[in-house]
Design a protein around this ligand. Structure first.
Ligand code: ADP
Ligand code: MG
Length: 347
């Protein structure tokens, strides 16, 4: 595998609704962008420099940018190498996927980043921490008639966490599901001693069994989210490339700071992930630019495009990495996984 994320075929771009002009205007094929890797001094090879000029307004997606080229965030795309296989597993790094705004791609990113990490041999546990149970449904776990969900682990004593863990159809990818019961936990936990640390305690027995634990937070900054942030080492903030994307992010960052101060000093922001990016609109590009202006290198180089393949794969109850394995959107989450590992956000 090269260090360039280019397995998308031009036919998948067409399926994305790219215009014929877009393709005719010199949109490069996978071969055009394939490079041997950086040269000894780290500069890109000429193959990259020879890639045809592209009109950004007609770019079909974001994942066809090789290392050394200008990426969708307006920065040069670094090389994110294929991560080495792990010989041993654990202890897990715990990451909360968090944004109190709904519909920004938290659940989609939890599923697909998790699946991409599992593909490269990481043992991954996903925690559904939203009473809507979208993460569970999105992976084909029935959310009703479950004996033990995350809710039971939080509010009842005497459960073994392993009773709640379900295996998904993907190797290395497990989940602790949730259902509407979880909505009662917020109220029930209020009277608990150390009520912010309940999830951290629940997860402790399995930390050595996984490499990464991803927590899919609900869209609020209530007690459940505070529990997720208290249990976590890092936070990934998905941001939809829309007007008002940044609204509320200041409050989220303030909350993270407070939790870091008072409850969980190890907590850090791992990065901000731009989602639902449409490279054909000036608007999307402006949102990404303003997010980068604001947050600089906290913003992941990987950007997730808007594509109907995501809702389609949720309906099929599969990660995009298996539902549409060669689609550029699947590649995007694979790149995201490599970027996270390269940044030290995962083993
Ligand atoms: P959240 O968990 O933040 O509420 P979701 O991940 O559930 O957000 O996404 C909200 C909706 O948007 C879902 O229907 C999902 O399928 C869809 N979606 C998520 N990411 C994308 C994307 N990159 N392109 C198109 N649709 C997306
Ligand atoms: Mg969600």
């Amino acid at each position: 595998m090269t260090n360039v994320v280019t397995t998308a075929t031009s036919s998948s771009w067409t399926a994305e609704g790219s215009t014929a002009e877009g393709l005719a205007a010199g949109v490069p094929t996978a071969e055009d962008l394939t490079v041997e890797g950086p040269t000894a001094n780290g500069s890109p090879t000429t193959a990259v420099l020879d890639a045809p000029e592209r009109n950004p307004a007609q770019l079909p997606g974001t994942q066809n940018v090789g290392a050394g080229q200008m990426g969708p965030t307006g920065r040069i795309m670094p090389d994110f190498p294929e991560p080495p296989r792990l010989r041993t597993h654990g202890p897990a790094r715990i990451i909360a996927m968090c944004n109190q705004k709904g519909g920004v791609g938290k659940t989609t990113s939890t599923i697909n980043l998790g699946a991409a990490l599992a593909e490269v041999g990481r043992k991954v546990l996903l925690i559904d921490f939203d009473p809507q149970g979208a993460l569970s449904v999105g992976l084909g776990v029935p959310t009703y008639e479950l004996e033990v969900t995350i809710y039971n682990l939080l509010v009842e004593r005497g459960h073994d966490i392993h009773e709640a863990i379900q295996h998904t159809s993907m190797e290395n990818l497990d989940i602790i599901p949730a259902n509407i019961d979880l909505s009662a936990a917020e109220v029930q936990l209020v009277g608990e001693v150390a009520r912010e640390m309940v999830l951290a305690r629940v997860l402790r027995p399995i930390v050595d069994e996984y490499d990464v634990v991803l927590i899919d937070c609900q869209p609020s900054l209530g007690l459940l989210t505070v529990n997720a942030l208290t249990a976590a080492h890092g936070v990934i903030i998905p941001l939809e490339c829309e007007f008002f994307a940044m609204r509320g992010v200041a409050l989220l960052v303030e909350t993270i700071d407070k939790i870091c101060d008072r409850l969980n000093p190890r907590l850090q922001v791992d990065g901000i992930l731009a989602t639902m990016y449409d490279s054909r609109t000036l608007h999307s590009r402006e949102v990404v630019r303003s997010v980068v202006d604001h947050f600089g290198d906290l913003v992941f180089h990987t950007v997730i495009s808007r594509t109907v393949k995501f809702p389609d794969s949720s309906l099929a109850a599969e990660p995009i990495t298996t539902y549409a394995s060669t689609h550029s959107a699947a590649e995007a989450y694979r790149q995201m996984a490599r970027e996270l590992i390269a940044r030290g956000g995962a083993a």
